[in-house]
Design a protein around this ligand. Structure first.
Ligand SMILES: C[S@@+](CC[C@H](N)C(=O)[O-])C[C@H]1O[C@@H](n2cnc3c(N)ncnc32)[C@H](O)[C@@H]1O
Length: 251
């Protein structure tokens, strides 16, 4: 009896997700989604606005012509995409295949498709594989925005590869520098959309309790990016969670 019950629970448990999937899809094509400025932890905040302004400043004041975004998020930032298209900046966005497909669909719906905008995806694993492929093709970028998984095992290779993909004097933008797995564990279930999007992406058992309390991005910045790779921070662009770095001109 119990065996049979377990069999049916296992068999039909996937359908529990369906209502979430439908709402997620509807929101994703922006039938319901208003263009809210949100930080990546899901909070609507003044900092999210600041971050967006800073990205625009680094893109346009510094005359960046190529922009690589590692981790593109649930919804495309349409204002940013419009500016990128208008200024003929070559944009590359990296994420899971399903996420990239959503962005592509939405750009098409909004008439924002452009030959200068491309999405490169990974079906499994991480964007590091894609970064490595780009590196092999000898492509380089003026600006790289690393805003993906925010964890050590996934983002340490991403940091290293981003370093080699960035042009000398290029800009490296890092988001969620204070984010921790502990924060995610405590907050994930508060927003059903975020839960739907992220719940399969994180395996908490890969990190012990102490490691879950540490902000991995900040740890890599403090111990590798600044002292070993010699990046300098542009302090006027710092917000509570977001930092901008400049690569040395000789590297
Ligand atoms: C915080 S969001 C990015 C937000 C976006 N940069 C923005 O400004 O709106 C993080 C993104 O990283 C992606 N990501 C996390 N782990 C990944 C992996 N292993 N492979 C590919 N993409 C991943 C997620 O799918 C998500 O879209």
């Amino acid at each position: 009896m119990i065996k049979r019950l377990l069999f049916y629970v296992k068999r039909y448990s996937k359908y529990i997700y369906y209502p979430f999937w439908i709402i997620y899809k509807i929101k994703n094509i922006q039938l319901l989604q208003k263009e809210v400025k949100r930080s990546d932890s899901g909070k609507k905040s003044e900092f999210a606005e600041n971050k967006e302004e800073i990205i625009r400043k680094v893109l346009f004041q510094k005359n960046s012509k190529s922009f690589l975004e590692i981790g593109i998020g649930q919804f495309p930032n349409l204002e940013r995409i419009k500016l990128i298209a208008k200024n003929k900046i070559k944009y590359t966005g990296l994420d899971f295949k399903s996420v990239c497909e959503n962005h592509k669909q939405e750009l098409e719906l909004k008439g924002l498709k452009s030959p200068n905008i491309r999405y490169l995806s990974n079906e499994v694993g991480t964007y590091s594989w894609t970064l490595f492929k780009i590196l092999k093709k000898k492509q380089k970028f003026d600006l790289i925005y690393l805003d993906g998984h925010h964890t050590f095992y996934i983002d340490l290779p991403a940091f290293i590869l981003a370093h080699f993909l960035l042009k000398p004097s290029g800009y490296l933008l890092i988001d969620d520098v204070n984010w921790t797995l502990e924060f995610l564990r405590k907050n994930l279930s508060k927003n059903y959309l975020d839960w739907y999007f992220y719940h399969k992406m994180y395996n908490f058992s890969e990190y012990d309790e102490n490691q879950q309390k540490i902000p991995h991005m900040k740890m890599i910045i403090k111990n590798l990016l600044i002292p070993k790779l010699k990046y300098s921070e542009i302090k006027k662009f710092r917000t509570v969670d977001f930092m901008v770095f400049k690569k040395k001109d000789y590297l």
